[in-house]
Ligand binder design. Structure first.
Ligand SMILES: Cc1ncc(COP(=O)(O)O)c(C=O)c1O
Length: 400
């Protein structure tokens, strides 16, 4: 009898974590590696949020809380959804977990059976198909392309939906492409979803405040209120407030679904960290004006990265509207040999050669279901980005 479970055998370890680990190993050997592989802001958690955590500890907020979050945080979440997204919700419609990832996990684990299908647009965030598979269900990949801005078209959505579809996962702005859907684009998808009443929609809005050039963010439950009863709107403070390590995610959705998620979470992690919950109250209720400064910094870095990559031979990218990633084609390098003698027969080989020969850690597109691409995170200092862009250009020029 095998010791490890069949469920475990269905999933792959996170490839983003694997690349970051290789970068740390080489750094530990004394190599100069610029790691642009991680998915977290390089800014510090705002001071008032850190102070709120200290105050919470000193006030004795160090015990178990309600499974779905302290009342104050659920109220702050409801206020946020009303204020920023125009969603008509109360604290009782909101739920808090240890990161957006646990919200996703709870929702899928609470609803999926073997044979169920989940539509996942490609390229996707690495965890979506793996969690679906862990639940014994099947991801159905809906293609997008660069010409369409890596956004799911109504036609591709209609082709992917079927009688077994339980969920559609939408992520805007997207990891890995940075693509962000406009309200009109979401309305066109809503039109298709109206014809499939059994499908729920998980809207992963975790990069919400990170949209640039004055673009405004849109979310499906607000664009199509008639579908709100089928939407789970997921968000969190990891990216919006540089709080990846605090592990706070939240959502709003239909109450029977939230009750099912609560049942599940009560038998797993119980509640999110009490201190981090109080910090998240300060994050959501406090000033948001620092975000305007972050947006300017991120947009300037994005412009620099896009210009440098498009100037390098064999590389091509679109200008993404949001998040802090550039997802670029390296198709022009595939089939060539690097100056260090590595045959670049795939994006994974290119990513490995880049880290070993050029000292730049990027994530291969195949990890996101789109071979022939690489993902660069520009949540890094200007000095780190300048060094990395020079090295990537030299590497590309050295390929024959
Ligand atoms: C698209 C997307 N959704 C959700 C998450 C989960 O974030 P967290 O669990 O830190 O809230 C991430 C993190 O990388 C992400 O990129």
């Amino acid at each position: 009898m095998a010791f490890l479970s069949d469920a475990l055998a269905r999933i792959q370890p996170s490839p983003t974590v694997a690349i970051s680990q290789r970068a740390r190993e080489l750094q530990a050997q004394g190599r100069d590696i610029v790691a642009l592989s991680a998915g977290e802001p390089d800014f510090d958690t705002p001071l008032h949020v850190r102070e709120a955590a200290i105050a919470a500890m000193q006030a004795g907020h160090t015990r178990y809380t309600n499974v779905d979050g302290i009342r104050e945080l659920k109220q702050a979440v409801a206020d946020k959804f009303r204020r920023d997204n125009g969603l008509d919700v109360t604290a009782d419609d909101c739920f808090v977990a240890s990161g957006g990832k646990q919200i996703l996990f709870n929702a899928l684990m609470a609803t999926l059976n073997p044979g169920d299908e989940v539509v996942v647009p490609v390229p996707y965030w690495v965890s979506y198909p793996e969690i679906v598979r862990l639940c014994g269900a099947e991801p159905i990949f809906a293609p997008t392309n660069a010409a369409g801005g890596f956004k799911l078209s109504p036609e591709a959505l209609a082709a992917a939906l079927g009688p077994q579809t339980k969920w559609l996962i939408l992520n805007s702005p997207s990891n890995p492409t940075g693509a962000a859907y406009s309200a009109d684009e979401l309305e066109a998808l809503a039109e298709v979803l109206r014809r499939h009443g059994q499908v729920h929609i998980l809207s992963d809005d975790i990069y919400e405040p990170l949209v640039y050039d004055g673009a405004s963010f849109a979310t499906l439950a607000a664009v199509a209120p008639d579908l709100a009863g089928r939407c789970l709107t997921l968000n969190g403070v990891s990216k919006s407030h540089a709080m990846t390590g605090w592990r706070i995610g939240y959502c709003t959705g239909p109450r029977p679904l939230l009750a099912a998620m609560l049942k599940l979470q009560s038998q797993s992690t119980t509640n999110a960290c009490s201190i981090a919950q109080w910090a998240a109250v300060a994050a959501l209720n406090g000033p948001q004006d620092f975000l305007a400064g972050w947006r300017l910094v991120f947009a300037a870095r994005r412009d620099k990265v896009v210009a440098a990559l498009n100037a390098a031979p064999g590389l091509f990218c679109l200008k993404p509207a949001g998040a802090f990633y550039v997802f670029f084609s390296c198709a022009g390098l595939i089939g060539k040999t690097s100056a260090g003698g590595t045959r670049l027969d795939s994006d994974s080989a290119a990513a490995m050669a880049l880290i070993e020969e050029a000292g730049v850690a990027l994530v291969p597109g195949s990890a996101f279901g789109s071979p022939g691409h690489l993902r660069l995170s520009y949540a890094a200092s200007d000095a780190a980005l300048d060094a990395a862009l020079q090295r990537i250009a030299d590497f590309a020029e050295g390929c024959r």
